[in-house]
Design a protein around this ligand. Structure first.
Ligand SMILES: NC(=O)C1=CN([C@@H]2O[C@H](COP(=O)(O)OP(=O)(O)OC[C@H]3O[C@@H](n4cnc5c(N)ncnc54)[C@H](OP(=O)(O)O)[C@@H]3O)[C@@H](O)[C@H]2O)C=CC1
Ligand SMILES: O=C(O)C1=N[C@H](C(=O)O)C[C@H](O)C1
Length: 257
């Protein structure tokens, strides 16, 4: 399978290329960076401009994107034009951008997930199960990431909150609270709080708290290495090339549904 990676010199792009190089079933068709990046023309494989994406797509079985929401949408449109399946690991999309992703997935397979690790996708299931059993317990989510991360809360924390809210019969837009900085920050009963820590080189930790009278449950996932996300992205790409057009996530890839 031939893959092209957008955001190839980023933290995730480098991890994906390293894993792809050690997989005899994967060939790297393209390693792309934004037009004007100092990385262009350097590296092994040589980094090319995303401006040439269409040229690479004709030789690509699956595109993998770990960039930012704006460039991911441009790359998705090109993938749609060339009918190339795409794996989107990028996070931080707004509702309108998510609608665009859903629209283009009518013509190509799109695997779109804020977290490609096996463990976090199991955590999604655990949170749903626990929330349904104890819907009256207070739910709070804390995520920790490295000090270079742009979006907050993490895409994973946002998804955990969405799942927890739906599991107790709420819409996350009605109950989410981001941090608490106020002289009047007393918790409302149905709030779901999301809190972000940015420090050092933390790869990514997520904890969901369920707190009730005299006790609490903490469900925590800690990523030790970006390899877990990178391996998941490559697994998703291999899976996507055998699928019909549609919007999929890692629970489809991992058969967790
Ligand atoms: N789904 C998952 O499992 C995971 C998702 N992520 C998400 O992936 C995204 C990337 O994370 P990370 O690798 O840490 O971030 P980085 O900033 O390290 O990497 C992003 C890369 O994309 C490059 N880039 C920017 N614009 C373009 C463009 N138009 N075309 C091609 N490349 C471009 C950046 O270049 P430059 O730095 O020069 O701007 C950079 O090299 C984030 O949204 C993050 O939240 C991260 C880990 C796991
Ligand atoms: O930016 C990161 O690093 C990560 N981003 C993803 C997110 O926003 O959820 C996944 C992972 O936690 C690492």
């Amino acid at each position: 399978m031939k893959i092209t990676v957008c955001g190839s010199t980023g933290r995730m792009g480098r991890a994906i290329l390293a894993i792809a190089k050690s997989d005899e079933n994967v060939k790297i068709a393209g390693a792309l960076e934004y037009d004007g990046s100092r990385a262009i023309g350097t590296g092994d494989p040589v980094v090319s401009s995303v401006g040439d994406l269409e040229k690479f797509l004709s030789e690509t079985d699956a595109l993998i994107d770990f960039t930012n929401p704006e460039s991911a949408l441009r790359n998705l449109e090109a993938a749609g034009k060339y009918k190339v399946p795409i794996v989107i690991g990028t996070t931080g999309f707004n509702e309108e951008q998510k609608k665009k992703i859903a629209e283009i997935s009518k013509s190509i397979p799109v695997v779109f997930s804020p977290n490609m690790s096996v463990g976090v996708n199991i955590l999604f299931k655990l949170v749903d199960a626990v929330a349904k059993k104890i819907p009256d317990y207070d739910i709070e989510i804390v995520e920790l990431h490295h000090n270079k991360k742009k979006d907050s809360p993490s895409g994973t924390a946002a998804k955990l909150a969405e799942i927890a809210a739906a599991s107790v019969g709420k819409n996350i837009n009605d109950v989410s609270v981001y941090g608490r900085y106020s002289a009047d920050a007393v918790r409302r009963k149905d709030e779901i709080g999301l809190h972000s820590v940015r420090a050092g080189d933390i790869v990514g930790d997520h904890t969901v708290y369920f707190a009730g009278p005299g006790e609490r449950i903490e469900l925590t996932h800690r990523a030790h290495s970006r390899d877990t996300f990178a391996a998941g992205a490559i697994r998703a790409a291999k899976w996507a090339v055998r699928r019909k057009p549609g919007l999929y996530d890692m629970s489809d890839v991992l058969s967790l549904k």
